[in-house]
Design a binder for this molecule. Structure first.
Ligand code: WTA
Length: 660
């Protein structure tokens, strides 16, 4: 699919240091291969052992995998547990009670810490508060909050009583929130009066009010409001409750509700970059198991680590690697309310120094924007800060282009810290393809190899496995514990979307294209399948072209979309952000011409963008994903009629539209 006509260059590997390997949970490739072999030889036995050793069960399971009704697989189905009990109570008896669970840094720099004991106390109080309002096991609770200790408390409190939470990212508009509340049939909403980002106060509760006013089914009976500011907000006395008032008189003890391993822990609507939102439903047992295993395997988590995942709790990364995984292994996490560029572009580096962060997990988009910021203003460059506490870096959410990888490696990790480029999705619950940092040699731009237990292949349109070196569709061959269970309320959509008939109905289709290196078998994600371009009969992954553009010394970031073309079928339109100022007139023309030559040279003349537009930024969702569908519309010169409520920076659309 994603043919790369350029000559194959010698693969350059980046190895973890001897010291890292020695202290790692999984040391060396032999250990990795041994785990893969164990899974291949006895798949159920492999998972059963991990689940027995790493998860606390109230009632042990006797059945591992139930495959009788594909693709509705069940894991550990007769086991009983509680996820909050695994994350909190366990840490009260193993010496972690006085350890910091969360270090919270507010937008204005104020730091608040809570120990495991205190977190447990708050979760129990809120859980009892929810029960006092009549919220019961199986009820849905929508959480519409910004990054805060209270947001984690809210998620954990739901888990404690067996209520199914659905966190909606605090940047969604009232109609989007309302749609999710309706779809989930929520009985309660937990929100905050306001959120504070980049020095600005933005409403949350008012948006909940609007969303509920639009509701037709009126399922929501209670709204619980965390008071973040002193702002006056409208309050409906019959429906709304301040969180602190609700918790005040509640007991500090709340017996966890024992749930079946298959009981839904949460629903998370997948980001609306394509189509209507789908509520990905996750389980309790299998999901928790993989959150724990990936903390150990991908992040090599140690009791002394300070773990900072910058993802918002509104996204899957914030669920698995803020709210659940790290707590279930007794780690200390940093939670950040603000944005990377406020009050200055050195904020991330300053926070790493201040909190002595040892594992830093972020998105390529953030890395690229900070590359640009630090080249513009050396004062906020990473070199100005002490980053010596770091030992491991991670990347998530989109392919990281080799240029950004190398910058991250050199300037942040000081060539000392391995980088785990983690490929996964909302639907997979946790990492799928990622290096094990003490084992897997890394290659910039490749997420390397599947984690043990995950059987991943690249297939053609009929589901036939393709040889290494040939691009195709990424699939997962066998059910795995942390997989999506269904699309909430829509089994049919789950079945047809993720288990397509064309591929035989037994392969989970991730929705991404991938290619394996012909020699190493390493995976490179070539972008969403719908992002593949066809120019003169040649298929090109948008990522390939973007990556090459981004490797040009003048370029900070680039996005590429296809545009119908009479001659070539599709032509390439590139949106380019330079490290320097926005170029004008002849200067823009000359840079565009240089960039075309560059792409021609690096990939092939076929990949040369027909059109290049310069802007100061790209349209992105609030989770940092480039909204290619909007770029496609701009490239075609059409009117934007789509929903842009998830767009972080709407003003950029006009600039790009007028950039020709
Ligand atoms: C993309 C985020 C390349 C991919 C965890 C996937 C990646 C989608 C990577 C899921 C990566 C995520 N390399 N692409 N390391 N990580 N993706 O559901 O296209 O928000 O299908 O989950 O992001 O996005 P989602």
């Amino acid at each position: 699919m994603a043919a790369n006509p350029s000559e194959k260059k010698e693969t350059q590997f980046y190895y973890p240091s001897e010291a890292f390997v020695q202290n790692a949970a999984i040391s060396g490739m032999n250990a990795y291969h041994a785990l893969c072999r164990a899974a291949a030889e006895d798949y159920e036995g492999f998972w059963a052992e991990l689940a027995q050793e790493n998860v606390l069960w109230h009632k042990p399971f006797t059945r591992v995998l139930n495959e009788t009704n594909p693709p509705f697989y069940k894991w550990f189905e007769d086991g009983e547990l509680n996820v909050s009990w695994n994350c909190l109570d366990k840490n009260l008896v193993n010496g972690n009670a006085e350890k910091d669970a969360i270090i919270f840094e507010a937008d204005d720099g104020t730091v608040t810490k809570v120990t495991y004991r205190e977190l447990h106390r708050r979760v129990c109080k809120l859980a009892n508060g929810l029960k006092s309002l009549g919220v019961r096991k199986g009820d849905r609770v929508v959480i519409y909050m910004a990054m805060s200790i209270e947001a984690v408390v809210a998620m954990q409190a739901c888990a404690r009583i067996g209520a199914i939470h659905s966190v909606v990212f605090g940047g969604f508009s009232a109609p989007s929130l309302g749609e999710r509340i309706e779809n989930a049939g929520a009985v309660a909403v937990i929100t905050a009066d306001m959120q504070i980002r980049g020095g600005r106060r933005l409403p949350l509760k008012a948006i909940v009010d609007d969303a509920l006013a639009m509701s037709e089914s009126h399922t929501v009976k209670n709204v619980i409001v965390y008071q973040r500011t002193d702002e006056e907000i409208p309050f409906d006395k019959g429906r709304d409750h301040w969180m602190h008032e609700l918790m005040q008189s509640q007991s500090e003890i709340c017996q966890p509700e024992w749930v079946n391993a298959e009981h839904p822990l949460f629903i998370l609507y997948t980001s609306g970059s394509t189509g209507n939102p789908k509520g990905a439903q996750h389980s309790s047992g299998g999901y928790l198991l993989w959150a724990i295993m990936t903390m150990r395997w991908t992040f090599d988590i140690k009791p002394t680590d300070i773990f900072w995942c910058t993802a918002d709790i509104g996204w899957i990364t914030g669920h698995t690697y803020n709210a659940y995984g790290p707590l279930a292994v007794g780690a200390t996490i940093v939670l950040f309310e603000g944005v990377p560029t406020y009050p200055h572009a050195g904020r991330f580096w300053e926070m790493i120094e201040k909190h002595k962060v040892s594992i830093f997990y972020t998105a390529p988009t953030a890395v690229r924007s900070l590359i640009k910021a630090s080249s513009e203003n050396r004062q906020f460059a990473p070199e100005q800060y002490d980053l010596s506490s770091l030992r491991l870096l991670g990347s998530v959410g989109e392919p990281i282009n080799p240029e950004a990888w190398l910058w991250f490696y050199k300037h942040i990790g000081k060539e000392r810290c391995p980088i785990v480029d983690t490929f996964w999705q909302t639907e997979t619950g946790g990492h799928v393809i990622a290096p094990m940092p003490g084992a897997t040699p890394q290659v910039p731009g490749s997420c390397t190899l599947p984690l043990p237990g995950l059987s991943v292949s690249v297939v053609d349109e009929t589901g036939q496995e393709l040889p290494w070196g040939q691009g195709g569709i990424l699939v997962i061959n066998r059910p795995w514990p942390s997989m999506i269970r269904t699309v909430w309320g829509n089994d049919e959509r789950y079945k047809t979307h993720y288990w397509p008939e064309e591929l035989g109905g037994k392969l989970y289709q991730a929705g991404d294209g991938a290619i394996r290196d012909p020699e190493t078998g390493y995976f490179t994600i070539t972008g969403r399948i719908d992002d593949v371009l066809n120019v003169s009969g040649h298929a090109l992954g948008t990522m390939e072209v973007e990556s090459v553009l981004a490797a040009h010394p003048m370029v900070a970031e680039a996005a590429v979309v296809g545009k119908p073309d009479d001659l070539t079928g599709e032509s390439i339109c590139a949106f380019v952000i330079l490290k320097d100022e926005l170029p004008q007139g002849d200067q823009a023309k000359s840079i565009a011409s240089d960039l075309r030559k560059w792409v021609s040279k690096e990939i092939s003349p076929i990949a040369r963008p027909k059109e290049i537009r310069f802007g100061e930024n790209l349209p992105k969702t609030r989770s940092g994903k480039i909204m290619r569908r909007l770029l496609r519309v701009i490239a075609r010169g059409e009117e934007i009629t789509q929903d842009i409520s998830t767009l972080e920076n709407p003003a950029i659309l006009d600039q790009l539209r007028n950039s020709l």
